[in-house]
Design a protein around this ligand. Sequence first.
Ligand code: GRF
Length: 209
Amino acid sequence: MMKLAVFASGSGSNFQAIADAVVENRLDAEVSLLVCDKPDAYVVKRAEALDIPIFCFRPKAYDNKAAFEKEITARLHEAEVDWIVLAGYMRLIGETLLAAFPEHIINIHPSLLPAFPGLDAIGQAWEAGVKVTGVTVHYVDEGMDSGKIIAQEAVAVKPTDSLASLTKAVQAVEHRLYPDTIQSLLKERLSQGGPTYNEHQTSINQRIE
Ligand code: GRF
């Protein structure tokens, strides 16, 4: 069973959608850890209710990003995590985590990238007056919402829409698309004979030596 760590900073509705998909057997994986940089975030309550282990930290308690990412990496290895799934984690991933989980970090963004990267993507699309927006799942690199695209789904902006109704429609797509895409990705990697956690670790250790 592939082990996921979900990283989140906010409400955690995508975290919930992924955890629900696991419980309902739509996603053959285990959510092994929630990583959260905001101890007061609602996502922490969701993880507690689901009995999912949590690693919460305050970035300001560390000297720099490398220092807290080093600690996160240790926790991920301890939990034998295979994949990092970002779900509203409001920070750029640094080189420490990128090096520890090459091609095993994904993100969801509420627009059709490369349009409207960054904060408040639904609001940006609304302000731009686009007729179609959507959701993107992509690999994470050092940039902002810039890695290789894995899946996209369009959402039409209806003449009767408000920003609130558009937000609801985009979120509904996110909650379906993210678990479905993770499931396809894991299946694809398994069928390609992609590295298991242990092979992955061995190759990292070899690189470090
Ligand atoms: C989602 O819209 C996601 O696409 C973006 O941040 C938001 C997180 O929402 N990256 P939630 O915390 O999952 O409810």
